[in-house]
Design a protein around this ligand. Structure first.
Ligand SMILES: [Zn+2]
Length: 327
């Protein structure tokens, strides 16, 4: 079994964000065997960004494991359109409807290429090897500069036709609330993202302790020290997240909510009020009592998840959670 696995299939994973382009060869236990990393030249033209992707792939191809690669999985900052194979990441203006799948296939020996949004990829990772493992119905979320997410329903990842399903950050929870960059109003992200936690705290007179940078981590630190403005800003974020989670649980019945991303690093300052608000919003019998837990996979979730999502889309059973449980 062990020697089979050592010689088994690999998936080349790419995690493409506004600041870095990461790549890895991922085995059927979810281990990252080889890694490559480039900064994203996000302010450059599209071809320059693509060249950085090509360099990451080129580095992976130099490894002996490349001949065992059976597919390429890409998790990208959104919006993505998996049905057309294109990406238009908000933070990479050089890429608008950029044909990433076709370009990566060309650079990767015409292997099958599967594209998903980064929220869906993180969800695939947490379901495969993280905090949602063993759950058939889960909502996974990233609370960071933005708020993203994804769904596992009936034991399977639900990417949706374009790879964006579960994008809880742009559910409106404040009907006449502030306008959101997405075009809507009162979105979860507009209330709960790191920059909005900071903005609200600053607007209400919070000053970072010891002249620190005004970050969500600094607000969390003040909250832990009992600063009422910092506590209130986290409480409002928690309330927005709880309302979005309750709506999701009511629609599709999830049993667990996994929360990752930098803001989740605030710990009890976020999770405490989140659980309290959730008890108020998720009230129907089938939605009450949802578990809320921190994500387990950290910054590798994008790569692990890109591989997991590709494996599911292509029916590569050896990469499934059931096999990982045996391993
Ligand atoms: Zn929005």
């Amino acid at each position: 079994m062990h020697s089979d696995r050592a010689a088994g299939s690999l998936i080349a994973a790419l995690d493409i964000g506004g600041t870095k382009i990461a790549g890895a060869l991922v085995d059927a236990s979810g281990r990252l065997l080889v890694r490559a990393l480039r900064p994203t030249p996000a302010k450059q033209d599209g071809e320059t960004v693509m060249r950085a992707v090509g360099e990451v792939l080129g580095e992976l191809r130099l490894d002996g494991g490349w001949r065992r690669v059976v597919a390429v999985g890409i998790g990208s900052a959104g919006p993505v359109d998996a049905s057309r194979g294109t990406v238009s990441p908000v933070n990479v203006p050089g890429w608008r409807d950029f044909p990433l799948v076709e370009r990566v296939a060309r650079a990767a020996d015409a292997l099958p290429v599967v594209l998903t949004g980064d929220g869906v990829a993180m969800t695939a990772a947490e379901h495969w090897l993280g905090a949602a493992r063993g759950y058939d119905n889960a909502l996974c979320m990233v609370v960071s500069t933005g708020v993203g997410g994804g769904l596992v329903l009936g034991g399977a990842l639900l990417p949706g036709p374009t790879g964006n399903a579960g994008h809880i950050g742009h559910i409106s929870v404040d009907l006449d609330g502030d306008s959101c960059p997405c075009g809507s109003r009162g979105c979860v992200e507009r209330l709960a993202s790191g920059p909005n936690i900071v903005r609200r705290a600053l607007e209400n007179g919070w000053v970072p302790a010891g002249g620190a940078e005004p970050t969500a981590a600094a607000v969390a630190q003040s909250a832990r020290a009992g600063d009422p403005v910092a506590l209130a800003s986290f409480d409002r974020a928690a309330q927005a997240l709880a309302a979005g989670i309750a709506a999701t649980a009511t629609l599709v019945e999830v049993r667990v909510v996994v929360i990752g991303g930098g803001v989740a690093g605030a710990g009890d300052v976020l999770f405490g009020p989140l659980r309290a608000h959730l008890a108020r919003y998720a009230t129907l019998s089938f939605a009450a009592g949802i578990e809320v837990v921190p994500a387990l996979l950290g910054t590798d979730a994008g790569l692990v998840g890109a591989a997991a999502a590709a494996a599911q889309a292509l029916g590569l059973a050896e990469f499934s959670p059931e096999f990982a449980l045996e391993g």
